[in-house]
Design a protein around this ligand. Structure first.
Ligand code: NAG
Ligand code: NAG
Ligand code: NAG
Length: 389
């Protein structure tokens, strides 16, 4: 029997997890999907035993693999998203869902459309590529390496996402990723953040002859405080998003699992936690990155704004735009497709073209250097009803 794990289903799972853990973190990639082949689950059982590459509940980390056309040595690697666990109770709730346990992962699953699509019309650059979908079950954007378990109500929880990531990297070497000509490192939301945090590590694991580019979707989370917003949202952690992610960094012992140049730069000032935020990590990333991002990101606005007035949305949009420019686009080898549609993740092909390009063609042109342009900016104010379908 064919189990279907479309991203829509994954989003439903995330919604369940969100309900269970008390945070609003249901957000995944595109759910359109043409008829495509199933991907096969790979459970990292050996690395779970030898290196503790485990989910929150101690089950092995896992990824899905779908081979590309024979002879295609190009890879698209996607870190699944789904928020973070930002307190012990949150992690306990999450450990009972697919975002914290691999125990219910089906042996076969469909990856869905958008950047996973095998239809070249929908996915002009990568339709024939090998596809890897790394399941997210660690609660910390694949950064954690804490050898002490977190004990909550008598349950042992494991914060070891970085070990899962390293086990995936090692396993892919057995599939000849070492011979790849092209690798795109991607992910959405918490997986978009994972892309910023880990793209240089991926780069270091691959041959120098391999072209590697990051494609983080909706992962440019600002380090913005708005205590009123978190109070209104009833966040489970005291404080807010800023505190929540700082807790993740500390509890997961993530200093060895994020961008190491960022850690070095922040060590003397004692604020290495900043390296958990995309906006602070961006200046340290050496691998070329093409960001897909909304300046009016619906998840960020829900989590950092106390009042979602048009004026506040535009202030957030101005901040996302200016910080993306200052911290990422200041390096001319990076690029971005920055839209003005109110959304989070996906929407591949549904955002109105910017300068004549959709996300897919803008990325293709950036990737192959077909144009000098690196920044596609939908220069609009909020709300923009005509920015997407
Ligand atoms: C935290 O990470 C560091 C660096 O990898 C490691 O030396 C240390 O043992 C870790 N601490 C715990 C509690 O796991
Ligand atoms: C590691 O986990 C333990 C147990 O939850 C916690 O006390 C500690 O703060 C965590 N982080 C580090 C860096 O040790
Ligand atoms: C925008 O950035 C400024 C300066 O850092 C900050 O004071 C303000 O709270 C931010 N506003 C929003 C909505 O992000």
């Amino acid at each position: 029997m064919r189990a279907v794990l479309t991203l829509l289903a994954a989003a439903a799972l995330a919604a369940t997890a969100a309900a269970a853990s008390g945070v609003c973190n249901a957000h995944f990639g595109p759910a359109t999907g043409v008829a495509d082949e199933d991907a096969t689950a790979v459970f990292l059982t050996d690395a779970a035993k030898s290196d503790g590459a485990v989910c929150l509940d101690g089950t092995p980390g896992a990824y899905y693999f779908r081979p590309g056309l024979p002879g295609v040595n190009k890879w698209y690697i996607h870190h699944q998203g789904g928020g973070w666990c930002e307190s012990p109770e949150d992690c306990l709730g999450r450990s009972k869902t697919n975002l914290g346990s691999s125990s219910k992962y089906p042996a076969k699953a469909s990856l869905g459309g958008g950047y996973f699509s095998q239809d070249p019309k929908e996915n002009p650059m990568m339709a024939t590529w090998n596809m890897v979908f790394i399941r997210y079950c660690d609660g910390g954007s694949f950064s954690g390496s804490n050898f002490t378990t977190l004990n909550v109500d008598g349950t042992r929880l494991y914060l070891r996402g970085h070990h899962i990531l390293q086990a995936v990297m090692a396993d892919l070497q057995t599939r000849d990723i070492g011979k790849a000509t092209d690798v795109v490192i991607s992910g959405c939301s918490a997986g978009g953040l994972a892309t910023y945090l880990h793209v240089d590590e991926w780069r270091s694991q691959l041959s120098q002859a391999t072209k590697v580019v990051g494609l983080p979707d909706s992962g440019f989370f600002l380090d913005v405080e708005d205590p009123i917003a978190s109070e209104q949202l009833g966040e489970t952690t005291p404080g807010n998003y800023h505190d929540g992610l700082r807790w993740v960094f500390q509890a997961q012992n993530a200093s060895s699992g994020v961008n190491q140049d960022c850690i070095e730069a922040h060590r003397s000032t004692g604020d290495t936690w900043m390296c958990m935020f995309a906006e602070h990590t961006a200046p340290h990333i050496k691998t070329p990155v093409f960001a897909l991002q909304s300046k009016y990101d619906s998840w960020q606005s829900d989590h950092v704004l106390s009042t979602k007035t048009d004026a506040m949305m535009n202030a957030l949009g101005a901040n996302i735009t200016s910080r993306l420019q200052a911290n990422l686009l200041s390096n001319p080898h990076n690029g971005a497709f920055l839209d003005g549609c109110y959304h989070h993740c996906g929407r591949w092909g549904e955002i109105l073209p910017i300068d004549g390009d959709e996300q897919s063609t803008a990325f293709l042109k950036f990737y192959y250097g077909i144009t000098e342009q690196t920044f596609w900016n939908q220069d609009v104010t909020y709300p923009c009803d005509k920015c997407c379908i």
